[in-house]
Design a binder for this molecule. Sequence first.
Ligand SMILES: C[S@@+](CC[C@H](N)C(=O)[O-])C[C@H]1O[C@@H](n2cnc3c(N)ncnc32)[C@H](O)[C@@H]1O
Length: 258
Amino acid sequence: MDQYIEFAKQINRYFGVDLLQYKRPQMERRILSLMRTVGVDSLEKYVQVLRGDQAQLDKFMNHLTINVSEFYRNPAQWQQLEKQILPELLQRSPNLKVWSAGCSSGEEPYTVAMILNELAPQGRHQIIASDIDSAILERAQEGRYNIKSVAGLPEPYFKKYFDRDGEVVLVKPELKKWVKFKKHDLLKDPYEILCDLIICRNVVIYFTEEAKNTIYRKFYNALKPGGVLFIGSTEQIFQAQEIGFKSVALFFYQKAAG
Ligand SMILES: C[S@@+](CC[C@H](N)C(=O)[O-])C[C@H]1O[C@@H](n2cnc3c(N)ncnc32)[C@H](O)[C@@H]1O
């Protein structure tokens, strides 16, 4: 059998991550470069290394799941969310359930928390933020960032929701308590239900077309009627209509109201 497929099966068996649903050329490139750093020349030996060395396993997981994020990443889309999408959702329901899936170090869910707190501070909103990577979730929960990661954030948000200590910025506890972080694998764990808004940006780009399609269908089911899915600026849902989504703005897809 193809060595890569055998490797992927073993990784799934031992560590529960299904590499076969990620785009193969990118994965192979990253795995080969990691193998070089530990000096092994076959995938078979590399699995043994991963099974015996937690530090190498952490490194492997980190490499697979690129964690780059920023506050207010791609501002035009956050403005769209702020000015059009959230006000419409808030008209339907004063208390929103929001899920940031593949939230990485937390910039995305904290951004939506700030916006919601400005638009509807009285609401009893629920913001759930999930990722497959436990190490990154710990960092997200800490809410500690380099000053560079807030460069794109409007100044009033920065002043209101952060404390600064030199080059380090800290999310204020009042904002932190809005967001509940949890580990979740989009490829195999059960999805949330009855969400008003799902944000999943720059995550499915790593997956095969088939996996992507399944994920979009599951997001559709996870939304309330009238709920909205917010995707990344390099993404589009080719099967949107077939799934039942209506495009309501660039990068925003709505489930038909019931
Ligand atoms: C580039 S970051 C995106 C961060 C944020 N959404 C943004 O756009 O700024 C991609 C994230 O997807 C996560 N990820 C990769 N595979 C995943 C999976 N199967 N389930 C859940 N999250 C996954 C990674 O751990 C990583 O934190």
